[in-house]
Design a protein around this ligand. Structure first.
Ligand code: CA
Length: 664
C-alpha cells in the first residue's frame, strides 16, 4: 500500500482531529451487534443453514445456484429476521457443491446479490459463495502441522514477496508459476543450477515469508487467467477466501483452499513460517462492496456530509471502532490462523484502525499461538474522522504491546527519502542523517546517546521495546533498493551501487528490532525504475533468477549477513534497558560515519564485544577503536561470521561505502 510519512501524523495533530463519530454515523451506535458462530453458513446433520446480520433490511433471501457464475438460481429461499436482527433460512439437505448469494431489501430497494461478508469459499471472481466440506481440503499431515518458528519477533528475518514476482519468470525453473503451488516445489534452479523457489529461501536463511495480499481481491479477472494480469492485491473483495488467480482452478472453490494449505504446509516442513498481508482498512468498492450490500453504511466511516471518508486514499475507510467491524477483523485473522495455519499478519495502513481493535487482534492471536506476530504500517494515507490519539499510529505504538510498526525513520535515513528519487541517505554519502540512523539502530527506544530532536521523521522515542520495530530499507512500495540507488547515485557503477546496497542492508540487519527485506534484493533485482508497480506487467515485477548467478557475490553477502544476525543474539536484544546498557556509540568526528559497540556479551552473546562501524562516504575513513585482539567479520564489502582476518585495533581504516564489523 502506498505510504505516507510520519509528517501526516503531525499535520493531523496541528489541524486538530474531528469528532470520534460524525453525525451521519451516529445512528450506527444504536445497532445491536451480533457475533454468533452461525453467521453466513453452517452445514450440519440437520441441513444447511444461512444467517446474515442486516439490521435495516426489511426483506432478505438466499439464492442457490448449481454453478459459480451465469445461469439462474435453482431455488430462492426467503429469510426470516429474529430479534437479534439476524436473517435466517435453512434447508434440510447438505448442499455441498452448490453456490449461494444473499439479497437484502433496504430502504425499499433490493440491493445487488452478495456472497456475504463471511464467505469462506467462492467460485470464479468471488461472485458467489460456495458450500464445500472443509474437512476434505487438508493436505496429508495437516493436523500435525504448526508454526515452525519459536522465538521473539526480532529473532525473525522477514522476506516480503508477491507470488507472481517470485516464480513467474522463466528462469525460476518452477512449474506452477505465479501460483500458491510454486512454494511447494523443491529442487528448482535457474539455468546455472543455482537454487530458486523454496530451496532458495532456505539457502538464504530467512525465517518468515510475508506474502502480499492472498485473500480474494478484485482486480485480476479469474475468468481470464491467460491474460496474465498482475496486481498487488490491495483491493479486497472476500476477506476469508484465498485469491483465485493464485490457484490452478479458480472455478473449483476447493482448489484454492487446498493449494494455499499445501503452500503453508510445504513451507512449514522446510522450517519457514508464513505471514499474510491483510487489508481490512478499506474495500475495493464503496456501495458495491460486500459490506455495503449487507448492512449499507455500517462498516465504514463517513464525513459530516455522509460521503465516505478516505484515510486509505482508495475511496473509503472501514470503521474498526464499531463492534461488528472490530469483531469482523478479529474473527477473520483468527480464522486464517486456525484454518490455514498462518503465522503472522501485516496490517496495511494500520493507523486507520483504532488502538483498541489492534490490541484485541494481537491478544486473540497470541491466545492461539504466542509465536504469531502482528505488525503494520503505523500511518494512514489521508485524514480520518478517527481521533489521532485513538489511531494505531507508529507514534502510539507504546500503547500497543505485542504489535510492531515499520520504521520509516531508518528507511529514509539510510537510502534517502522515499518520495524524492534523487535524494540520498547515509549509505549513499549524504550527511545529516546520522542521528536518524541511530534512532533505527536502537529501534526507536530511549537511549542516553541518541538525540531524538535531531530525528528526520520522529522526534521522540516512540517504542518502549525493540520488539515493536520493523527495520527495512525497501519493500514492495516505492523504488526497489536497486532502482533507488540507480536514481540517486548519478554516474555510479553497478559495483558501487551494490556496495551501497550491502551497507544499507547491513545497517538494517545489525540494528535492534526486526529486519525485513524485499524479495529479490539478495540478487539485486530491480523494477526498471517503476516506483508504483501495483499493476505493472511481469516484465517489471518478475524477479529474473539468472541474477543469482550474475550477482552471486551479492547473494552470498546477504546469506552471510543473515547468518551473522541469526547466530548472534547481541543484535536481537529484547528490552530498551538492555539496549541502553549494552549498546554504546563512539564519538566520531567525520560526517557520515557511525561507530558503536555491543558490550559485555550483550543478550548472552558468545562474543564479548562487537564493534560495528558504518562508513557512508565514497572514500575510506580512519576510525579509532581500542587496541586488542579483534577478529574481523565484515570489511570492504565482504562478510563472513567465521572471520575474515584479525586486527590489533587502534587506528583502523573503513573502506568506502561499507561496514567494518569486528569482535573480541
Ligand atoms: Ca479475486
Amino acid at each position: 500500500m502506498k505510504i505516507t510519512a510520519g509528517a501526516l501524523f503531525w499535520g493531523a495533530l496541528l489541524c486538530g482531529s474531528a469528532a470520534e463519530s460524525v453525525a451521519s454515523d451516529k445512528r450506527f451506535d444504536s445497532f445491536t451487534a451480533y457475533n454468533g458462530s452461525d453467521l453466513e453458513l453452517t452445514v450440519n446433520s440437520s441441513g444447511t443453514h444461512f444467517a446474515v446480520w442486516s439490521p435495516e433490511a426489511t426483506e432478505a433471501e438466499v439464492l442457490l445456484y448449481n454453478t459459480d457464475r451465469n445461469g439462474k438460481p435453482f431455488t430462492t429461499l426467503p429469510m426470516t429476521q429474529g430479534a437479534d436482527k439476524v436473517w435466517r433460512a435453512s434447508v434440510s439437505e447438505q448442499l455441498y457443491g452448490k453456490f449461494y448469494t444473499f439479497r437484502l431489501k433496504v430502504n425499499g430497494k433490493w440491493l445487488d446479490e452478495t456472497p456475504g461478508i463471511y464467505a469462506k469459499a467462492a467460485g470464479t471472481n468471488g461472485q458467489r459463495a460456495a458450500i464445500i466440506d472443509f474437512s476434505t481440503t487438508n493436505p496429508e499431515g495437516w493436523e500435525k502441522d504448526s508454526n515452525p518458528f519459536k522465538g521473539n519477533i526480532n529473532d525473525a528475518v522477514i522476506y516480503e514477496m508477491h507470488h507472481r514476482d517470485f516464480s513467474i519468470h522463466p528462469s525460476s525453473g518452477i512449474a506452477h508459476k505465479g501460483k500458491f503451488l510454486a512454494l511447494t516445489e523443491p529442487y528448482t534452479t535457474n539455468s546455472h543450477g543455482d537454487k530458486t523457489g523454496i530451496d532458495h529461501l532456505k539457502e538464504l536463511g530467512v525465517t518468515h515469508i510475508h506474502i502480499l495480499p492472498s485473500y480474494d481481491y478484485n482486480s485480476v479477472d479469474e475468468a481470464n487467467l491467460p491474460a496474465n494480469e498482475y496486481n498487488w492485491g490491495y483491493d479486497p473483495w472476500n476477506y476469508n477466501v484465498p485469491e483465485g488467480s493464485y490457484s490452478t482452478d479458480p472455478a473449483n472453490p476447493a482448489t484454492r483452499v487446498k493449494e494455499m494449505k499445501e503452500m503453508v504446509k510445504s513451507l512449514h516442513d522446510q522450517g519457514i513460517a508464513v505471514i499474510m498481508d491483510v487489508v481490512y482498512n478499506h474495500t475495493a468498492n464503496n456501495d458495491n462492496s460486500n459490506f455495503s450490500l449487507t448492512a449499507p453504511g455500517y462498516f465504514y466511516r463517513h464525513r459530516e456530509d455522509g460521503s465516505y471518508s478516505d484515510a486509505s486514499g482508495c475511496g473509503n475507510e472501514t470503521a474498526s471502532e464499531r463492534q461488528m467491524m472490530r469483531d469482523y477483523i478479529i474473527n477473520s485473522v483468527k480464522y486464517w490462523a486456525k484454518e490455514y495455519h498462518i503465522d503472522g499478519f501485516r496490517f496495511d495502513l494500520m493507523a486507520i484502525h483504532d488502538i483498541e481493535t489492534m490490541n484485541q487482534v494481537a491478544a486473540a492471536l497470541k491466545e492461539i499461538d504466542p509465536n504469531i506476530f502482528v505488525y503494520g504500517e503505523g500511518w494512514t494515507a489521508g485524514d480520518s474522522p478517527l481521533p489521532v490519539e485513538k489511531r494505531a499510529l507508529k507514534e502510539n505504538v507504546s500503547k500497543m504491546e505485542g504489535i510492531a510498526v515499520f520504521s520509516d525513520d531508518i528507511r529514509d535515513a539510510v537510502k534517502g527519502h522515499y518520495s524524492n528519487a534523487q535524494d540520498r541517505g547515509f549509505a549513499t554519502g549524504k550527511p545529516g542523517n546520522e542521528e536518524t540512523v541511530k534512532i533505527g539502530i536502537v529501534a526507536s527506544t530511549a537511549h542516553p546517546q541518541v538525540d531524538y530532536s535531531k530525528g528526520n521523521n520522529s522526534k521522540f522515542a516512540y517504542a518502549t521495546s525493540p520488539l515493536q520495530i520493523i527495520n527495512y530499507v525497501s519493500c514492495h512500495d516505492d523504488l526497489t533498493l536497486t532502482d533507488k540507488l540507480a536514481k540517486s547515485m548519478e554516474g555510479s557503477t553497478e559495483a558501487e551501487r551494490q556496495r551501497a546496497a550491502r551497507l544499507a542492508q547491513t545497517i538494517v540487519f545489525t540494528s535492534q528490532g526486526t529486519p525485513f527485506m524485499f524479495a529479490g534484493e539478495e540478487v539485486f533485482r530491480d523494477k526498471k525504475g517503476v516506483h508504483n508497480s501495483y499493476k505493472s506487467p511481469d516484465s517489471i515485477n518478475a524477479i529474473n533468477w539468472e541474477l543469482k548467478n550474475i550477482n552471486s557475490d551479492q547473494f552470498n553477502y546477504y546469506k552471510n549477513l543473515i547468518r551473522l544476525r541469526r547466530e548472534h543474539p547481541a543484535f536481537r536484544m529484547t528490552s530498551a534497558q538492555d539496549i541502553a546498557k549494552h549498546l554504546v556509540f563512539d564519538e566520531v568526528k567525520a560526517d557520515n560515519v557511525i561507530s558503536y559497540s555491543l558490550k559485555d556479551h550483550a543478550n548472552g552473546d558468545s562474543w564479548k564485544e562487537i564493534k560495528v562501524i558504518f562508513n557512508g562516504n565514497p572514500e575510506a575513513v580512519t576510525v579509532k577503536i581500542p587496541k586488542g585482539q579483534w577478529t574481523i567479520v565484515a570489511n570492504d564489502g565482504m562478510i563472513n561470521p567465521d572471520g575474515l582476518g584479525t586486527s590489533k585495533g587502534g587506528q583502523v581504516s573503513v573502506a568506502p561505502t561499507s561496514a567494518l564489523i569486528l569482535y573480541r
